[in-house]
Design a protein around this ligand. Structure first.
Ligand code: HEM
Length: 208
């Protein structure tokens, strides 16, 4: 391995040159970075919660147990909840910043579209997390979501795919659980990597 071989990984993840001025805080307000930080906290606390959370009929009871009987359980659950709220807020503000600095224009339009999908995913992740509580409010929120979805063309099918067929066995939290922890979170993780790669490809952050 030559000189390049040893360093190529570092060189790959960290470019040696970036445009002067794009590191200044008021260019990005680090809002994309805060969004990603929230996602990392959500992934770690989410994995920890998965060890004890029970999707289905026992969802509500298992969360009460996490809160009261598990060391640091309530803390980890709160961290997951607040990181979720922080992510929705910072992704929204990041989007506003992108509009303000007109970074949606060519050649960054693909990353803008990727961002729009990430925004929708972030909101749906927050919503589906709320449903996973399995309490009465979750039932009400699920009814509102299903009613809204069914107003769309093909919405009845979509509602069945997302919310599942209610059965005495799993209520409907099992379906939402699979969407929340595997499908939606997985796609969001993958798209963020794509988003970061595109920033590099598009020549870095657009200077003001
Ligand atoms: C999971 C959500 C997201 C994460 C983690 C994320 C992360 C980032 C990061 C770290 C940057 C570098 C500059 C900065 O921090 O502002 C960036 C840039 C960018 N993001 Fe996002 N982003 C997300 C969602 C979005 C959304 C919702 C949009 C718009 C709809 C968007 C559009 C863009 C564009 C166009 C750029 C390039 C900005 C420029 O060149 O100035 N992103 N993103």
């Amino acid at each position: 391995m030559g000189r390049q071989g040893n360093n190529s990984f570092i060189v790959h993840i960290r470019p040696r040159q970036i445009k002067a001025g794009t590191l200044r805080f008021r260019v990005t307000f680090c809002l994309g970075g805060f969004s990603f930080l929230a996602f990392i906290i959500l992934t770690i606390t989410g994995i920890l919660l998965m060890f004890y959370y029970q999707p289905g009929e026992k969802a509500f009871a298992s969360l009460s147990e996490i809160d009261s009987a598990l060391p640091y359980g309530g803390f980890i659950r709160s961290l997951h909840f607040w990181a979720g709220q922080m992510m929705v807020f910072s992704v929204f503000l990041h989007m506003v910043r992108v509009v303000w600095s007109r970074a949606y224009r060519p050649l960054r339009e693909l990353n803008w579209v990727t961002g729009v999908v990430l925004f929708v995913l972030t909101v749906v992740l927050d919503y589906s997390g709320y449903l996973l509580r399995g309490g009465q409010e979750s039932g009400a929120a699920s009814s509102v979501g299903q009613t809204l979805l069914k107003t769309l063309p093909g919405g009845h099918g979509l509602a069945t795919v997302f919310f599942g067929q209610s059965s005495p066995l799993n209520g409907s939290t099992l379906n939402i659980f699979v969407w929340h922890v595997f499908i939606l979170a997985g796609i969001a993780g993958f798209l963020q990597m794509f988003h970061f790669w595109r920033i590099r490809k598009d020549g870095g952050v657009r200077p003001l």
